[in-house]
Design a protein around this ligand. Structure first.
Ligand code: SF4
Ligand code: SF4
Length: 249
């Protein structure tokens, strides 16, 4: 019986500025394996279907359990984590491409640093006075903890930016993930103290006013984070702040 195989059509790009191209690889079908282990198999023996030896495919991956977000790619047209895409779900030849809303570093590896820059701009952390024992923190009601937990699962993967029509080369829109983190940090009593700084970032260029409310982000988020709830809530907070600033002048 002929050996079952898996064909992977991979979009490749040698440098951030070079032209992309596709190469096809055929490897033994590996039941229960994920796309990362298939890419590792190709890296072990980088020979195309046409028998040409090529440079190993470059990709990013870390935790391999859909927590770090680093292996996010476009697989058969859908943005997702490669570590949780199993061979069984591919149903035949698969096209693997890098995300399009981020600069390609090489092959499937993209530079997601603009998301981290947005988190810094939005002050998406809670300041502490030091690393010594500060004693018990403020008490937080269980329903607030549960609500905050939903947003704490963000792994900065970039799926929401990839799916968002407002994130493009003509816009500086920071995307939905950072809006979710602004809402998260403001749930904590200490974090609330920096709410104004976060809202200032949300009211600046690339902030919440650039959201077109197409809601693609919430459809693709692998952690099912209620991003449109965050967009609505932060939108209301910025409107109130805008009025307050107006009357405080
Ligand atoms: S609601 Fe639409 S425009 Fe706004 S962040 Fe989500 S996908 Fe982008
Ligand atoms: S909000 Fe969801 S899709 Fe966006 S970066 Fe976070 S985990 Fe990824």
């Amino acid at each position: 019986m002929a050996e079952q195989t898996q064909v992977l059509r991979i979009k490749r790009q040698e440098t951030p500025d070079s032209e992309p191209y596709y190469e096809e690889f055929e490897i033994p079908y590996l039941a229960n394996h994920n796309v990362i282990s298939m890419l590792m198999e190709i890296r072990r023996n980088p020979v195309t279907r046409q028998g040409k030896r090529v440079a190993p495919v470059v990709f990013d991956a870390n935790c391999l359990e859909e927590v770090c977000g680093s292996c996010t790619m476009v697989i058969n047209g859908r943005v997702r984590q490669a570590c949780s895409q199993l061979a069984e779900g591919l149903n035949g030849p698969a096209t693997i491409e890098p995300m399009t809303k981020f600069q390609v570093v090489r092959d499937l590896w993209v530079d997601r640093s603009k998301m981290f820059a947005a988190l810094m701009k939005a002050h998406a952390w809670i300041p502490i006075d030091g690393t010594y024992d500060l004693g018990p923190g403020p008490r937080i009601a269980p329903h607030v903890q549960e609500f905050a937990y939903l947003f704490s699962r963000c792994m900065t993967c970039g799926c929401c930016l990839e799916a968002c029509p407002q994130v493009n080369s003509h816009s500086k829109f920071m995307g939905a993930a950072v809006i979710g983190q602004v809402l998260l940090m403001s749930q904590h009593p200490t974090g609330k103290m920096n709410l104004d700084e976060r809202l200032d970032a949300m009211m600046s260029e690339g902030g919440i006013a650039d959201c077109g409310n197409a809601q693609n982000c919430v459809e693709v988020c692998p952690k099912e984070i209620p991003l449109t709830t965050a967009i609505g809530a932060v939108g209301r907070q910025t409107s109130i702040k805008w009025l307050r600033d107006l009357f405080m002048k």
